[in-house]
Design a protein around this ligand. Structure first.
Ligand code: PLP
Length: 395
């Protein structure tokens, strides 16, 4: 067995059934294992590598910050955090940012802000949150409280937040759960890990309207679908809606761990105050220098144009696979966030076959093959993806 795999399995808690390769380095849209074998990256470290691998401008900015100041704590100001926050607010059309180290922490903060907002209004301690089936919001206890997957939740009841679960794209299932204790509705604009389910226009706009009417806060989790992946800066911009609270992470640091929750003015002015929430590392100058550069590069290198220009081609190629292979039931997705629902073949088996043939992909839900390529892929990368997948499904 590979020495690294042996050492990892002997020492790292086994909470992942890892694929049997050791990744060593990357360049552009390609990753290389410790034996020098090349893989086309269609998973981006789970939606993280928006700019691909080894972007020299980003790497230089990170290196420069390492030599300047890595950490300063939130007891002092630092310029990269201020700059990254200003860019994020502008991009998302929000008012205030709180930086975290991960997506799950962004969800924790979002839930705290929503519960505090409701508490300040009515002083109750029995607020409920409506979440959706098949949702994924992270692995911490607060995030699990609103994650709609029984297997992840089973051992951990009772939960720190009281959630009721409705169905994606079924407005009545949401309306039925609303009562005077409901303080927030949390949803992914495009469900990722649960199986790539984009919100329908009528559904998300209906939820938004409901929230406005009843002063229920709308929390949109765009940790996976945000930051240009679907062909808009944030996926909610495809619709006529605006979140009260927005969570973002994954692509924000292009690999440097950072997340954030963003509040609109209404919530920012009537929820968390000094002393209510904190983090030692969150928003540290190293992570925010990376985020600031990532946000700059995502804009200056026009990745949005690339996503928009190539989405029809990507969809056409995936639809060709759907038409050719009866074991692929349908394609779902938005932009560079695509899923193929499989029938009679396990998505993990396809991912493993893909590894053998030189492509890295993901699964989602129980029967979905998930594709999250870097946002900088080319038409040639899509052609290569098609060639490999054609071989994989043929075998
Ligand atoms: C990945 C993910 C999270 C959790 O983020 P972590 O950084 O793994 O804690 C939350 N919500 C969504 C939609 C995600 O895709």
């Amino acid at each position: 067995m590979n020495k690294t795999i042996e050492m990892a399995e002997a020492n790292i808690l086994h909470t992942y059934n890892r694929f049997q390769i050791v990744l060593d380095h990357g360049k552009g849209t390609r990753l290389y294992d410790d034996g020098g074998r090349e893989y086309l990256d269609f998973f981006s470290g789970i939606g993280v590598y928006a700019l691909g691998h080894g972007n020299t401008e980003l790497n230089d900015a990170i290196k420069a910050q390492v030599d300047k100041l890595v950490h300063c704590s939130n007891l002092y100001y630092n310029e990269p955090a201020a700059k990254a926050a200003a860019k994020l607010n502008t991009l998302a059309g929000m008012d205030k940012v709180f930086f975290t180290n991960s997506g799950a922490e962004a969800i924790e903060g979002a839930l705290k802000a929503a519960i505090k907002y409701a508490y300040l209004k009515d002083k109750r301690h029995d607020h409920e949150i409506i979440a959706l089936d098949h949702s994924f919001h992270g692995r911490t206890l607060g995030a699990l409280a609103v994650t709609g997957k029984a297997a992840y939740r089973e051992a951990y009841a009772p939960f720190v937040a009281d959630a009721r679960f409705a169905n994606m794209n079924d407005l009545k299932s949401v309306t039925d759960l609303v009562n005077d204790r409901t303080c927030a509705i949390i949803m992914e604009t495009v469900q990722g890990e649960g199986g790539i389910y984009p919100a329908d226009k009528e559904f998300i706009e209906g939820v938004y309207k409901l929230c406005r009417e009843k002063d229920i806060l709308l929390i949109l989790d765009e940790i996976q679908c945000g930051l240009y992946r679907t062909g808009q800066p944030y996926a909610f911009m495809h619709y006529d809606v605006r979140p009260d609270i927005l969570t973002t992470a994954k692509a924000l640091g292009n690999g440097i761990p950072i997340g954030a929750f963003l509040l609109n003015k209404k919530v920012a002015e009537a929820s968390l105050v000094a002393g209510d929430h904190g983090t030692t590392y969150g928003g540290n100058p190293l992570a925010t220098a990376a985020a600031d550069k990532v946000l700059e590069l995502l804009e200056s290198t026009r990745v949005l144009d690339n996503v928009r220009n190539l989405t029809p081609y990507l969809e056409e190629k995936l639809d060709a696979l759907v038409a050719k292979y009866p074991c692929i039931k349908e394609r779902r997705g938005k932009g560079f966030m695509q899923g193929l629902e499989l029938d009679g073949v396990a998505p993990g088996e396809i991912v493993n076959k893909g590894i053998e043939k030189g492509i890295l992909m993901l699964t989602a839900g129980v029967n979905v093959l998930r594709l999250l390529p870097p946002l900088v892929i080319t038409k040639e990368d899509i052609d290569r993806m098609y060639e490999i997948l054609d071989e994989v499904f043929a075998s």
